[in-house]
Design a protein around this ligand. Sequence first.
Ligand code: AMP
Length: 424
Amino acid sequence: MSDFQSIGLAKPILRALESEGYTDPTPIQDQAITPMMQRKDLLGIAQTGTGKTAAFALPTLHLLATGAKKALRREPRALILAPTRELAGQITDSIHAYSKELPLRSMVAVGGVSIRPQMQKLNRGVHILVATPGRLLDLMEQGHASLRSVQIFILDEADRMLDMGFIHDVRKIAAQLPDHRQTALFSATMPRNVKGLADKLLTNPFLAEVTPQATTVEKIEQQVLFVPQNKKMQLLIEMLSDKQIKRALVFARTKYGANRISEKIARTGIHADAIHGNKSQNARQKALDKFRTGSIRVLVATDIAARGIDVEGITHVINFDLPNEPENYVHRIGRTARAGRQGVAISFCQVNERHYLKSIEKVIRQTVPVSNDHPYHDEQPSKNEAKNKKSHAPGINKVKMKQSSKSRHRRRNRNRRKKPKLAA
Ligand code: AMP
């Protein structure tokens, strides 16, 4: 493995890295920085937490700094597209930190906040623009951003971008880029649609790959707790009384659920807030800042809002609900154990979520250890398990099945009354 100095990064970047406390490149940085500095296209397969932001930001800064060109009005020289506002904000913060000794200007353009300051900044000229697709298209359509001078284009978290339905926006944006440019595409996973996009955007790309998608970060201690749905809240509150849980990110499947959980936690005197797609960008940023500075101990989030959250020192990720897409489990638990630290991921699993657990275990190719060391442990068999058992012991299971179908009916009615909104 090389060090930052021998890679040949410009001196002001090296000084900034030193003050950030980075001593050695992470594996994705080790693989990606040199080819990018050689102006090669790059396909980077890496999830958040691996140091992928610096992997593309450092060579981009190096190339722009050594090219030493003035910033052009409305025409950034590097464009970084990210799927969420939070991720775009974090990438910009990192770029500011790495470029603090360089005469390069960078900015973020995302929705949910006033467009006017973004227009003004672009009109004054920036070298690097970090943006979410929708706001970038607005700025382009209104004549405040043009992509004709882009030399370096980076598409971050391409898989999430497509999951969130941004494919048409990405295509529209890519169509405005000069043909002669350098492109890097980063993605945690490589499903067929991302591969198709990579084939269109990249020319002879160098492949940089770390931690294949299926291997969950090994440093994370994982546990699953079987618990009935109506006991999850009590379990969570009791669990949070443990002071070892210094900073916990709790995942809920719905926005409604995230609000409800954070309110209930806050009522017990624990500082908590929620972050989801129904909250304004300012409210989301405020909650994130409070979490980052430690003025709240618990942040409750939905999957999409949490995407890209890079908060240091998250000691615990708690899945109040299991994700229905197994890949999200990998993304969720990756919020802890960042940059080499230890972390704990605890999942609450009620009987109807057992099939989600099975799919997760298939994806991570591990069995998540069950912890029954809590007062609400409930090993009641899942629907399928009960069915299988029924064929062996009809007498006993007839009664159980009757009860469970009754309770299913009750639960269905209850859910109908509540009608929670889907997360975004
Ligand atoms: P990322 O995967 O880009 O979200 O980065 C995850 C975390 O790792 C961030 O908090 C970075 O500040 C940190 N980081 C990135 N590169 C290094 C490095 N070479 N040494 C130490 N920490 C790093």
